[in-house]
Design a protein around this ligand. Structure first.
Ligand code: SAM
Length: 164
């Protein structure tokens, strides 16, 4: 498969998983968290598919398209390893109904290691029944993997639910 096809399939998988998670958590009260603002593509999409939800966004810097920059009070700027504990203290355990984690860099091993380090705080931020959609596996005792939407190849994207 060409790199172009692989990139397109990744984005299709991402959109499909985000849509499925938004539907699944639609009736669950809580906020949405986006780890990895990047150029703001998925933040913009979350705004569209989660109308009325408060969305908090994390990144080490703001380098997004000007139309896709969250309000300052919805931004956690800094390394995830520092800002997730801050979010836990400020927003509270179980505050999130839906979390999207899109932290991948070109270094697959480092990205997986970062996701593993963040997993306990991610799980703690999730309400029972909340869903995490991610570009890396997020594993924690309170999380169980969810089946992927039709057409999404296992390993291309990940979904897990917090046990009630
Ligand atoms: N979701 C974005 C979009 O659709 O435009 C793309 C996100 S990009 C793949 C990953 C982002 O994660 C980058 O903006 C990078 O700065 C951020 N990132 C990676 N590791 C980080 C870390 N340890 N702390 C904070 N931000 C980090």
């Amino acid at each position: 498969m060409s790199r172009l096809d692989s990139f397109i399939r990744r984005l299709e998988a991402q959109r499909s998983c985000l849509g499925t998670a938004a539907e699944r958590t639609g009736k669950l009260p809580g906020i949405v968290l986006e780890l990895g603002l990047g150029n703001g593509r998925t933040f913009d999409h979350l705004r569209e598919i989660c109308p009325g939800r408060e969305i908090y966004v994390f990144d080490r810097q703001v380098a997004a398209h000007p139309d896709c920059i969250p309000a300052p009070d919805r931004l956690f700027i800094g390394d995830f390893t520092a800002t997730l504990p801050q979010a836990l203290a400020r927003l509270g355990a179980g505050a999130a109904a839906f979390i999207h984690v899109d932290l991948g860099s070109g270094d697959a091993e480092a990205s997986q290691a970062l996701a593993a380090r963040l997993a306990p705080d991610i799980a703690a931020l999730m309400a029972p029944g909340a869903v995490v959609v991610s570009d890396q596996p997020i594993t924690a005792p309170a999380l169980h993997p969810l089946p992927l939407p039709d057409g999404v190849k296992p390993g291309r994207y990940f979904m897990a639910e917090k046990l009630g």
